[in-house]
Design a protein around this ligand. Structure first.
Ligand SMILES: [Zn+2]
Length: 125
């Protein structure tokens, strides 16, 4: 039996431990991350899929003027990363000099935990 569908809360709890979990539709095979309720095909027949967390940058933006709570951290880069399993995930790039951030850069998932909140980060592969 497949495990129950992971919740968004569960997704971030696991992310905090360093594990990325995707979900795959049992009907059409669509892989999604982070978890959502319904597949594009209208089904809710998800199974969990562990993801390796490795991927490449497909697009990125350098945030130079951030919202007040992140202002002290700007500038920083936010990237869309295509994971090796084929899904894309938005995250903050850490421990990579801004002038090295580029499309095609290989990165690896790492959790960013701040004030008890977990966010998606990507560091050097
Ligand atoms: Zn589907």
């Amino acid at each position: 039996m497949p495990e129950p569908v992971i919740t968004l809360k569960g997704f971030f709890e696991r992310a905090r431990e360093g594990a990325l979990t995707g979900i795959r539709c049992g009907r059409c095979g669509e892989l999604a991350i982070p978890p959502k309720e319904f597949c594009l095909c209208g089904q809710r027949a998800w199974e969990q899929v562990p993801l390796a967390g490795e991927g490449t940058v497909v697009s990125y933006t350098v945030i130079r003027v951030a919202a007040a709570r992140y202002a002290a951290e700007a500038p920083y880069a936010v990237a869309v990363v295509r994971l090796q399993e084929g899904v894309q995930l938005l995250g903050r790039v850490v421990d990579v000099p801004l002038d090295r951030v580029a499309v095609g850069l290989r990165v690896k998932f790492r959790p960013l935990v701040r004030n008890g909140q977990t966010a998606i980060g990507f560091g050097p592969a």
